[in-house]
Design a protein around this ligand. Structure first.
Ligand SMILES: NC(=O)c1ccc[n+]([C@@H]2O[C@H](COP(=O)([O-])OP(=O)(O)OC[C@H]3O[C@@H](n4cnc5c(N)ncnc54)[C@H](OP(=O)(O)O)[C@@H]3O)[C@@H](O)[C@H]2O)c1
Length: 322
């Protein structure tokens, strides 16, 4: 199987830029459709990549983009997509559009265009019965993908960290800005995975026919509670903040207030964190194709330890999606 042409959807985001790096080492041509070209300025220097402004929600545009592609990769995802129901489906409109509708349409376009491979990004613990709309919509997205492109390779990562993440960097920044950081869901469990490991695994899967039709969980070598992660991130960034762990009801109320004011958390995020974001299959710390997952303690200092100012700046920038 030769993969020479790749359509990378959702390539302007955090994982996208690292995946571009991994793919750029290969002899491939990559087309990256984006909503706003200025959000993808960082991709312009890649000589083998073509960044095009396009509306991927338009079927004709998607069909045109898919034509001639050997592989299509869909990274599109949102963390806020509504709590309510959409046409009787148990998730909000934003989740439906990004995780379900688009996922199905990309899979249909991939089949119609005769693409050999489809890689689809889901999330760990995606489940039709999950307490959060995010996870339910991710499960529905997987189903829509499998229906139209049964050979798709699906990835389900735990939280992903690395330069430009909106998780550890944001918490490190908030700890630097606030004298006291109230923390919702402090006992929530995660198995953070390094973005370079995610990108390398996805890129490698394109060369591996055994990955066709598979679903892979992606997690790092250790489990952490949220409070441990926030404490680690803030100490590594040089601002060991005072973290105030909140109980269950205050956590929910805080999520609700932040949702109302457009802050970094919603009630659906609260519900997501009621499920442990930890892998159930495979050996701890071993990624697909035998790759050893990097330890957070090795990678964290390389991008979090630049100090308070940088962490605070990154937090603000991540919040503004720039
Ligand atoms: N980061 C994590 O910890 C994590 C963990 C588990 C799963 N995932 C999944 O991994 C994937 C990539 O995550 P990420 O961290 O790279 O996210 P990100 O930085 O927010 O990037 C998301 C990408 O999706 C695009 N997008 C979002 N909504 C869209 C819509 N309605 N129509 C078209 N494009 C849309 C964004 O385009 P713009 O640039 O135009 O906004 C961007 O290219 C997502 O599917 C996410 O759910 C991430």
């Amino acid at each position: 199987m030769t993969i020479e042409n790749i359509l990378l959807i959702g390539g302007s985001g955090f994982v996208g830029r690292h995946l571009m790096n991994a793919l750029a080492r290969r002899d491939v041509r990559i087309t990256v459709p984006v909503r706003r070209r200025e959000r993808a300025k960082h991709l312009l220097p890649f000589p083998t990549a073509e960044v095009v402004e396009a509306d991927i929600h338009d079927d004709a545009t998607l069909a045109r983009l898919a034509t001639g592609q050997d592989a299509i990769i869909n990274l599109v995802g949102v963390l806020k997509g509504g709590n309510g129901k959409t046409d009787g489906k148990p998730w909000g409109k934003g989740f439906d559009r990004a995780h379900v509708e688009l996922a199905g349409r990309v899979a249909k376009a991939a089949t119609a265009a005769g693409a050999q491979r489809l890689l689809h990004m889901s999330a760990l613990k995606a489940d039709a019965e999950a307490p959060s709309a995010y996870l339910r919509s991710k499960a529905a997205g997987e189903e829509a993908v499998r229906q139209s492109f049964p050979g798709a390779t699906i990835f389900r990562p735990s939280v992903i960290y690395g330069p430009g993440d909106q998780f550890l960097t944001v918490f490190a920044g908030l700890a630097a800005l606030a004298p006291m950081l109230p923390l919702a869901c402090p006992a929530a469990l995660f198995q953070p995975v390094w973005v370079e490991d995610v990108a390398a695994t996805m890129a490698e899967s394109l060369l591996r026919t055994e990955s066709i039709g598979q679903t892979y969980e992606l997690g790092g070598p250790r489990l952490y509670t949220l409070i441990d992660l926030v404490d680690y991130a803030s100490r590594t960034a040089g601002s060991p903040g005072n973290i105030l762990p909140l109980g269950d009801i205050p956590s929910y109320l805080m999520a609700w207030i932040l949702e109302i004011v457009g802050g970094p958390m919603t009630r659906d995020n609260y519900w997501s964190m009621q499920v442990s974001s930890t892998c159930e299959h495979g050996e701890m710390g071993v990624l697909p194709f035998g790759r050893r997952a990097a330890a957070l303690e090795i990678i964290g200092p390389t991008y979090l330890s630049d100090g308070r100012r940088r962490a605070g700046f990154d937090a603000l920038r991540a919040g503004a999606k720039r």
